[in-house]
Design a protein around this ligand. Sequence first.
Ligand SMILES: Cc1cc2nc3c(=O)[nH]c(=O)nc-3n(C[C@H](O)[C@H](O)[C@H](O)COP(=O)(O)OP(=O)(O)OC[C@H]3O[C@@H](n4cnc5c(N)ncnc54)[C@H](O)[C@@H]3O)c2cc1C
Ligand code: FES
Length: 280
Amino acid sequence: MKSYARQRNAEAASPYTPVPARVEEAVKLTDREMFFVLTMPAPIDHTPGQFLMVGLPGYGEAPISISSPRCGTRRVELCIREVGNLTRAIHRLGQGDILWVRGPFGRGFPVDEMERKDILFVAGGIGLVPMRSLIKTMLNKRRSFGRLTLLYGVKSPDEILFKEELKEWKRAGMDIRITVDRPHPGWDGNVGVVTTLIGPLRVDDSKTVAVLVGPPVMYKYVILSLGNKKLRGTEIYLSLERRMKCGLGKCGHCQINSAYACQEGPVFSLADIRHLNEAI
Ligand SMILES: Cc1cc2nc3c(=O)[nH]c(=O)nc-3n(C[C@H](O)[C@H](O)[C@H](O)COP(=O)(O)OP(=O)(O)OC[C@H]3O[C@@H](n4cnc5c(N)ncnc54)[C@H](O)[C@@H]3O)c2cc1C
Ligand code: FES
């Protein structure tokens, strides 16, 4: 296996050629999401917010965010929601199976520039997947950052991802506030959309950076609420989801006016995309 992996890795000098990643763990997190631990043929270095093109022969390829922290090893963690042909096939995989991957691609969060800042994470649903990579990277260097606050909105309590880790992050000093869209039997926490958590929050606009990952509909309202907290566009980062094919700035599938989300994004500062029609 080792020499085969090495050979595949050499062949994969082209960014269009996928390499085999071995599934080490495949764990059901919710009705729709599965968590995968992969071993890559060679160590990869990624920035939180970057993605892999993940594929299976006969089913195609799709962009999937790396959910593990920056580490420079062969281990990669993904969390995949079953929504179509490819993701349904990936959900059938188990330990020892092979996923074909290219990347990492795209521009992630400027982690180093965020040092010494208070970070306000605002996640909606599966948006916690790429955000987990950033959160865990920051928790690994906890003293380099100020206050870490996570506002997390989901439709219902059974959609909350990484439940055990949320408790760990709380123990590590994060302020975590979760809300569900509608009242639910047994749920005694906050009810309402994620913006309802922003109003009561104390935000120091002189040293806060906000990180937003969620469905497009969330961004408009969260950005308005953050504007009320006097946060500037240069201090707000968000990840934009677009249909992607090549991941390499060639096919144009991910184009937002003049910007290619696969290359200049998926992470943009709000200041960078304000002038782009239909970005949000
Ligand atoms: C940067 C990035 C990171 C991502 N990270 C993750 C991740 O970490 N985990 C995860 O689960 N998903 C992630 N996604 C989403 C994932 O790539 C898509 O859900 C992918 O399309 C799934 O492929 P599929 O073949 O299973 O489903 P598809 O057959 O592609 O269908 C997926 C959904 O998209 C709709 N759809 C299909 N074709 C089109 C079209 N042409 N235009 C508009 N809508 C269409 C379908 O109706 C369906 O609801 C990410 C996407 C991007 C851009
Ligand atoms: S996915 Fe092909 S140009 Fe972006």
